[in-house]
Design a protein around this ligand. Sequence first.
Ligand code: MLT
Length: 272
Amino acid sequence: MRPTAEGPIDVGALRLGVEDHGDGPTLLFIHGFPLDRTLWAHQVAALAGWRRVAPDLRGFGSTVAPEGGRRIATYADDLVALLDRLGVRRAVVVGLSMGGYVAFDLVRRHRDRVAGLILMDTRAEADGSDARMARDQLIALARSEGVRAVGERMLPRLVGHSTRQTAPRLVERVREMIMRASLTGVLAALEAMRDREDATTVLGDIDVPTLVVVGEEDELTPPAVARRMADGIRSAGMTLVPGAGHLAPLESPAAVTRACAEFLASIREQVA
Ligand code: MLT
């Protein structure tokens, strides 16, 4: 058995913070904005029988952000380089929100590396003009007041109302996660998301097993948006997670892990 690895891995000029646990077909976990790999703590701990690879994207968690690279493609290329470095040919890609945008880019440009998809609390559409304006406002806020101010602006909509009412310690964990992000990383990601390509055109080309997961209380990528995305993908399943907002894997970890485990068991023969 391969030993568990937790620590930085050099990928080109980048030193990526990565967890790499277990054996079996690979799951590649891609966190959302402005978070880090600890978003997936429950799934990474629980999904035995699979190799679970969870990196911090550049500028987030323990991965330092070099200047530049303000494109979703940059994150995708970092992850392909990571898979190469780990000797992994194909992975089931599990992406939440911005992680979903990166997953769509992997499908678009590195199709042969994607064995399956779990798309969580994300959307295929590009930013419209209002969303682009909101990004510019957040960029200005980040520049003038820093990462903490961005986090405080976002927090109320990142977690669902049930979590806000009943789990203050979890909200605090999310706040701490956000504070591990660097200003450079936050600015680069906001620009990358603002300028990302529309992925609705990619949906019809997805021919790998796919599960869409969304928190019932997700205000940023609501269930109707997830439903539309799932409907665009040939034979995608969809799981609605009660009591969770935008951060379903953290807010309702057991339910999300169960949904992933059932889906993964059903596709194991195809992706092994
Ligand atoms: C995320 O969770 O990654 C962000 O909310 C995505 C976005 O702002 O579009």
